[in-house]
Design a protein around this ligand. Structure first.
Ligand code: 5AD
Ligand code: SF4
Length: 446
C-alpha cells in the first residue's frame, strides 16, 4: 500500500479538512503514516490568514524535501494553495500538486497523475461541495469537528478567507445530523460545528438555531460547541436555542477585532462597539455562566492611539475570559492593502500596542479565573498534559482547561472536579464524588 503523510496548519476548518482528505485517501488505498521519512505522498494543508503562517509552511516545505525519496509526491493543499496556485509550482521545483479547499474530491486522481510526473494546480471553487460522502478519518479521540458551512460572504477588509475559501454555503441539516449520529455511535459525545461565520448557517428555511436544536437532540450527544460566530448573526432565535438546548455548551468565541467604531468601519465588520456590547449582554442574559473569548487585531491601517485605547477599554468593559491577539498582516489582494500607505502603523508602535494588549488580556483572564477557584465543573478528559507527569488535560463546558490527576485510562471520561488552583490561564482540579450531570437530549426544548 502506498503511504501518505500529512501536516496541518491553521484553523480547525483545516483540521477537519485534513480528516476528510485522509479519509478520502484511505478509501483510495493509501495508508496513513505519522512519519514523513520515506512516505510516498507528503501533503501540507496550509493557512494563508497571516504572513507568518505562510512563512512557516515555506520553511517546512524546504525541510520536508530532505525526507523525500526520488518518487515522493509533495503536495500543498488549503488556503495557501488556493491563494498562490501556480506560483507555488514555480517557486518549489519538488512540489507537484497544488490543491485548493474545494478540490479535494479529485485528490486520488491528481496524486496518481503526479506519481507519473505531472504537475497540477486544482483551485476551482465548487459551490456545491461539502464532501458529504467522505468518511473523515478522525484523530482526536474524544470530540469531533463537523463542518456545517464552507466559505465566507462577509468581506472584512483585512481577511483573505473569502478569496481562499470562496462564497458561503451551508451544508444540509440532515447531513450534519447524520454525521453527528455517526460520531456518537463511535463513542465521541462532543461535537464542534465549524464554519467561517457559523451562526449565519441556513438552508433557506431553517436557521442556525434550528441546526443547534437538531444536533443537540441527537441521542447520546453530550456537548455541542460551534466556532466561529459573527456578532451580527446572533439572532434571538439562535440565542434562544443556545439557552434552551442543554447539550449546547456555555462558551462563545466571539471575534471583536477592534473596540473603535472608526476602525470597525475600516475593517468592514458591520457592527459598532455598542452593537458588540449589546450582543454580549444578550448572550449573558440568556445563558447563565457563559464564557466569552475573542480575537483582536492590533495595528490595522490608520489605527490611532485613541482608537487603540478604545480596544483596551472594550476589553476591560467586556471582561473576556480569554483572547487571541494578532498583529495586522497585510494580505495581497485584500482591500486593506489598497489603503493609503501613510496609514500604515509603524512596527515599533504595533509591537508596543501588542504587548500592552496582551498584558491586559492576561490580567483580566487571571482575575476571572481566580474568582472561580473553589467552584465545581464537569470536565471531559481529553489527553495527556504536555508537561507530562500524572496529569491529564481536561476541558469544562465553559472552555476552561483543567489539569486533573488521573491515568490515561480516563481519557474520554466526564468527571466532576473542584477547581483548586490556577496559573491564571489554566486550572488544576481535584475529582469530587458528585456525579457529572448528564444533559439528556430528550430535555431539549423544541
Ligand atoms: N492580519 C492579522 N490577523 C488576522 N486575522 C484574520 N486576518 C488577519 C490579518 N490579515 C485574525 C482575525 C481572525 C483570526 C482568525 O485571525 O482576528 O478572527
Ligand atoms: Fe474573514 Fe471576516 Fe469572513 Fe471571518 S467574517 S472569515 S474575518 S472575512
Amino acid at each position: 500500500m502506498p503511504t501518505v503523510y500529512l501536516e496541518t496548519y491553521g484553523c480547525q476548518m483545516n483540521v477537519a479538512d485534513s480528516e476528510l482528505i485522509l479519509g478520502k485517501l484511505a478509501a483510495a488505498g493509501y495508508s496513513h503514516t505519522e512519519n514523513p521519512e520515506g512516505a510516498d505522498v507528503i501533503l501540507v494543508n496550509t493557512c494563508a490568514v497571516r504572513e507568518n503562517a505562510e512563512q512557516r509552511v515555506l520553511g517546512r516545505l524546504g525541510d520536508l524535501k530532505g525526507h523525500m525519496h526520488r518518487d515522493t509526491v509533495l503536495g500543498v493543499t488549503g488556503c495557501m494553495a488556493q491563494r498562490l496556485g501556480p506560483r507555488l509550482l514555480d517557486s518549489n521545483s519538488r512540489v507537484s500538486l497544488v490543491v485548493g479547499p474545494d478540490a479535494y474530491r479529485a485528490l486520488p486522481e491528481l496524486i496518481e497523475a503526479a506519481r507519473k510526473g505531472e504537475r497540477t494546480v486544482a483551485t476551482d471553487f465548487d459551490l456545491e461541495e461539502h464532501y458529504d460522502d467522505f468518511q473523515a478519518r478522525r484523530f482526536e479521540g474524544v470530540k469531533a469537528w463537523i463542518p456545517v458551512q464552507r466559505g465566507c460572504d462577509y468581506r472584512c477588509t483585512y481577511c483573505i478567507v473569502p478569496y481562499t475559501r470562496g462564497a458561503e454555503r451551508s451544508r444540509g441539516l440532515d447531513d450534519v445530523v447524520r454525521e453527528t449520529r455517526e460520531v456518537v455511535a463511535q463513542g465521541l459525545a462532543e461535537v464542534i460545528l465549524l464554519g467561517q461565520t457559523v451562526n449565519s448557517w441556513n438552508d433557506g428555511t431553517r436557521d442556525f438555531g434550528a441546526l443547534l436544536r437538531a444536533v443537540g437532540a441527537v441521542e447520546g450527544i453530550r456537548r455541542v460547541r460551534f466556532t466561529s460566530p459573527h456578532p451580527n448573526d446572533f439572532t434571538d432565535s439562535v440565542i434562544a436555542a443556545m439557552a434552551e438546548v442543554p447539550t449546547v455548551c456555555e462558551h462563545v468565541h466571539l471575534p471583536v477585532q477592534s473596540g473603535s467604531n472608526a476602525m470597525l468601519k475600516r475593517m468592514l465588520r458591520r457592527y459598532t462597539r455598542e452593537g458588540y456590547f449589546d450582543c454580549v449582554a444578550r448572550l449573558r442574559a440568556a445563558i447563565a455562566g457563559v464564557s466569552i473569548t475573542t480575537d483582536i487585531i492590533v495595528g490595522f491601517p490608520g489605527e490611532t492611539d485613541a482608537e487603540f485605547d478604545d480596544t483596551l477599554s472594550l476589553v476591560r468593559e467586556v471582561g473576556f475570559d480569554d483572547a487571541f491577539t494578532f498583529k495586522f498582516s497585510p494580505r495581497e489582494g485584500t482591500p486593506a492593502t489598497r489603503m493609503p500607505a501613510e496609514l500604515t502603523v509603524p512596527s515599533d508602535v504595533v509591537d508596543a500596542r501588542y504587548t500592552e494588549l496582551l498584558a491586559l488580556v492576561r490580567s483580566i483572564a487571571r482575575g476571572r479565573n481566580m474568582a472561580r477557584l473553589g467552584e465545581r465543573r464537569e470536565v471531559l478528559v481529553e489527553k495527556a498534559a504536555r508537561r507530562g507527569g500524572e496529569l491529564l488535560q481536561a476541558r469544562s463546558r465553559d472552555f476552561r482547561t483543567v489539569m486533573v490527576p488521573s491515568d490515561a485510562a480516563s481519557i474520554g471520561d466526564y468527571l466532576m472536579v473542584e477547581l483548586t488552583g490556577t496559573t491564571g490561564s489554566t486550572f488544576t482540579g481535584t475529582p469530587v464524588a458528585e456525579r457529572a450531570h448528564l444533559p439528556t437530549a430528550g430535555q431539549a426544548a423544541n
